[in-house]
Design a protein around this ligand. Structure first.
Ligand SMILES: [Zn+2]
Length: 106
């Protein structure tokens, strides 16, 4: 009777998980590459990592994140700033996402 684990299937048992983990992490890096030009590198990595090609599609269709420095130049992006800590917030936000303070329009 042939043993349950011969040398071939034993090496496959090691090789397959390594291959799958490699592909998994690789899909994260592909998502990161898609998201990076839009400032969504980290989000792209996790979407690709978690959802594979579906994550890549989500990253590809996501609107680009406005770099924070653009908020610091008045008149370019209409937005609001926290009156407590000065962090830029969403234009519709009433309270700061960082410290919970009131948001003043600028
Ligand atoms: Zn704040």
């Amino acid at each position: 009777m042939i043993g349950y684990l011969d040398a071939g299937s034993a090496s496959m048992l090691i090789f397959l998980p390594v291959l799958l983990i490699g592909l998994w992490i690789g899909s994260g890096f592909i998502g990161r590459a898609i998201g990076k030009p839009k400032g969504l590198g980290t989000a792209g990595f996790w979407l690709g990592f978690g959802l594979g090609f579906i994550g890549w599609i989500i990253v590809a269709t996501m609107p680009p994140r406005v770099p924070q420095y653009m908020y610091l130049q008045p008149g370019i992006i209409p937005g609001a700033f926290c009156t407590m800590c000065g962090q830029p917030t969403a234009p519709s936000a009433r309270f700061c996402g960082g410290c919970g303070g009131p948001v003043g329009q600028k």
